[in-house]
Design a protein around this ligand. Sequence first.
Ligand code: HEC
Ligand code: HEC
Ligand code: HEC
Ligand code: HEC
Ligand code: HEC
Length: 291
Amino acid sequence: MNLPWFRLLHVVSAGVIATLIAIGCADSTSPSAPAMTLVGASAASPVSYQAAKYDPIHFKPAIEQATDQQCLTCHAEVLKPSVRKASPAGLEASNVKAWYQQISIYQGEQETFHRRHLETPLAKQIMNLRCTTCHQGNDPRDRAPGSSATTQPDLTLRKTVSPETTCLKCHGQMNWPVMAGLPGPWSQSKEMFQNNCLACHVAIRTKRHQVTYLNAKAIEELAAKPNGGDVCYGCHGGRAWYRINYPYPRHAWPDMVPDIPDWAKDRPTESEARFLATITSEGKTSQGEEK
Ligand code: HEC
Ligand code: HEC
Ligand code: HEC
Ligand code: HEC
Ligand code: HEC
């Protein structure tokens, strides 16, 4: 021990000071705190938590042009597998199947919500969802419309996405009463049609799924296999979170009777503009521009 006590103290306090500086810088713009900094999507420089939360990319119009890669620079965690092995009460995830997971096309281990829509083999095969298909920008301050002069007026209470224009499209009821020739709900009539929607839909409403977030061709191929009705029904009643059905656009199809039935009088005849496929100069399909 030939180190004088005051030198030892000096070494210790230098360490303490360095730690304090690191903590103090964590929420500032200092680039010396790499663990806590975020890389801004608009600028490649590190930004603070607050600045990242209010990054223009979260709001219109910037969010409309955002790519998944940009969102994932900060939100990589949403695509990480993070399902618990067991619930807090002890039920093993591998032993529990919800009613909507018993349809024949449901495959694999339990997955998170985001991964079921973006990462699983089925999702990638039949869909082409992007962050901005669902996320259109929301006020991070508040999830209630009309609570102050500056809240977003078009927000659904307590939601950060619009369920009416996203989820309902694939999680509404099957509108069987408008399907002439179907005697009742699909659960009762599917045997009669060999669990095959194409029995009728090979000729009816054939102009369908021409939107950027669906893989129309893959859907038809899967639906043509035995029990293919499960594929169609999955998005048209088999996983219904709502008691209502989505008012789908009614595209004209070859051999369609020109008289419009009463129930369809208010229906649009085109898909939502932001999802219309456009062909780029390279011949690839890309997201349609808002009209
Ligand atoms: C620069 C980093 C960054 C980028 C890029 C970014 N975010 Fe965020 N985001 C944040 C931070 C920070 C928060 C605040 C998190 C919190 O408060 O829990 C946040 C919050 C959110 C929330 C929650 C909002 C709420 O009200 O609870 C959603 C949803 C979200 N981001 C989606 C996106 C999407 C979609 C994109 C791409 C269009 C994106 N983010 C791009 C950093 C980023
Ligand atoms: C199928 C629609 C859908 C898609 C696609 C989607 N999200 Fe979400 N996201 C949601 C919903 C719904 C929530 C929960 C919103 C709420 O609480 O109101 C959510 C929540 C979030 C949150 C808040 C934190 C959390 O985990 O609850 C972030 C951040 C987020 N999403 C980012 C993303 C990013 C990044 C992508 C693209 C890689 C993406 N989302 C794709 C629907 C979607
Ligand atoms: C374009 C169609 C589409 C849209 C839009 C969509 N989903 Fe889904 N969703 C699916 C499909 C397909 C599955 C089933 C995936 C499977 O079985 O592997 C699914 C599964 C789910 C599941 C079950 C997940 C699981 O692991 O069991 C939930 C919950 C869900 N969706 C909620 C939502 C919500 C909330 C929204 C709106 C924010 C939404 N979905 C939007 C197609 C969609
Ligand atoms: C017995 C024939 C028949 C069968 C089987 C059938 N459909 Fe239909 N479907 C119709 C008819 C008819 C319409 C309405 C046509 C029109 O727009 O005038 C229709 C309309 C629809 C619509 C549009 C509803 C709306 O509100 O615009 C969807 C979605 C649909 N069918 C999905 C399915 C799915 C999924 C299955 C299998 C689970 C199925 N159909 C089985 C005859 C059938
Ligand atoms: C991954 C989810 C998904 C699957 C699988 C799916 N659909 Fe759809 N379907 C949708 C969505 C979303 C729309 C609305 C698209 C739009 O806005 O144009 C739609 C629209 C329709 C329409 C309305 C057509 C029109 O006039 O625009 C019919 C009919 C239909 N689907 C029948 C079917 C049949 C039959 C199958 C099986 C061959 C099937 N769907 C499989 C999601 C799905």
